[in-house]
Design a protein around this ligand. Structure first.
Ligand code: UDP
Length: 326
């Protein structure tokens, strides 16, 4: 089959690109290389390369042209990372809203199935342990730009859902919970690549706040086949699925595990949120998914535990010590 991957040069997109090509599919990547990188796409010698279009997902004509050439679309292009959202709020909103509108309309017009990569961030401050797809969103006040990512992604989900209902769009939504693995940059905020880079550089690990906040991390190689299975499963259409790990960890304990695995001696430093974010920034204290729906539908079951996830990032950063920021 032929697939369009918007954001195909990004962290998850490039893993998905390699996975689809290794399964014998053809891939068209649309990426503006704002956070993605051409290096992400070149790392499998011997395998076919994707066709790469350097352009914006907000360019509706370009998106339409790309969509006309494929049998399915993975929409992963987005402004990502807490640092990006905080520092480039307007541009992030534009990408995350107008880009999705263009992709959804093109998929509708060409009648091709679409997967929207959404985010666990839409649940916001909902404290429930084991968030399920119908749970409420609990968000702070709109002037806090921190919520704009959740707002935009929630509207994206609504745009997709409305096109399913009103125009018969064939679409599925995956809400991703803290996806991690080789190739992810810490430059935009993501905690594991940041901690690993800091540890390998002998710097203290910057735990934001008191470190009691809890996350579940999931290896990108567990996530990618789930995205493919969801897009290809006719019975998943019109539905939302959580896709995430099952191993909750406090960020302070995560830092300790990174120190133990790397053997680093730089220690841990607690950093107030307002060093990096606006005053009054509110982090999500708990974010734990219930993935029973994806398990029942496509047999989703993550295989990598947290130590394996951390070790894969350590190995990757050791191999690319000079080429990635954080
Ligand atoms: N975090 C941290 N130190 C860092 C980067 C992130 O303590 O250098 C924390 C962040 O405040 C959050 C958690 O790690 O509580 C996960 O952050 P990330 O940006 O990876 O994902 P989020 O869950 O916030 O979307």
């Amino acid at each position: 089959m032929r697939f369009l991957i918007t954001g195909g040069a990004g962290f998850i997109g490039s893993h998905l690109t390699r996975h689809l090509i290794s399964e014998g599919h053809k891939v068209l990547v649309l990426d503006n290389f704002s956070t993605g990188s051409a290096c992400n796409l070149n790392s499998d010698p011997g395998n076919a390369l994707p066709t790469v279009v350097d352009g914006s997902v907000c360019d509706a004509e370009l998106v339409d042209d790309c969509t006309s050439q494929v049998d399915g679309v993975f929409h992963l292009a987005a402004a990502v990372g807490t640092f990006t959202i905080a520092r480039k709020t307007i541009e992030s909103l534009r990408t995350n809203l107008h880009g999705t509108e263009a992709v959804v309309e093109a998929a509708c017009r060409h009648r091709v199935p679409l997967l929207l990569a959404s985010t666990s961030e839409v649940y916001g401050l909902n404290p429930k342990a084991g968030l399920t797809e119908d749970d409420d969103r609990v968000l702070g006040s709109p002037p806090h730009s921190r919520w704009s990512y959740a707002e935009a992604k929630s509207v994206d989900e609504t745009i997709v859902h409305a096109h399913v209902v009103e125009h018969g769009l064939d679409a599925v939504i995956a809400r991703l919970f803290n996806t991690v693995g080789p190739g992810q940059s810490g430059e935009y905020g993501m905690v594991i690549p940041r901690f690993v880079r800091q540890a390998l550089a002998g710097e203290p690990l910057t735990v934001f706040g008191d470190g009691t906040q809890v996350r579940c991390f999931c290896h990108v190689l567990d996530v990618v086949p789930a995205l493919v299975a969801l897009l290809l499963d006719r019975d998943a259409r019109g539905e939302v699925f959580n896709v995430g790990g099952s191993d909750p960890v406090r960020i302070e304990d995560l830092a300790r595990r990174v120190l133990a695995i790397t053997g680093a001696s730089g220690g841990i430093v607690h950093v107030p949120y307002d060093t990096f974010f606006e005053a009054g920034y509110r982090d999500t204290p708990h974010r734990l998914p219930d993935c029973a729906k994806a398990r029942a539908r496509i047999g989703f079951r993550p295989t990598c535990d947290l130590d394996e996830i951390i070790s894969s990032v350590v190995a990757d950063q050791r191999a690319h010590a000079l080429t990635r920021g954080g």
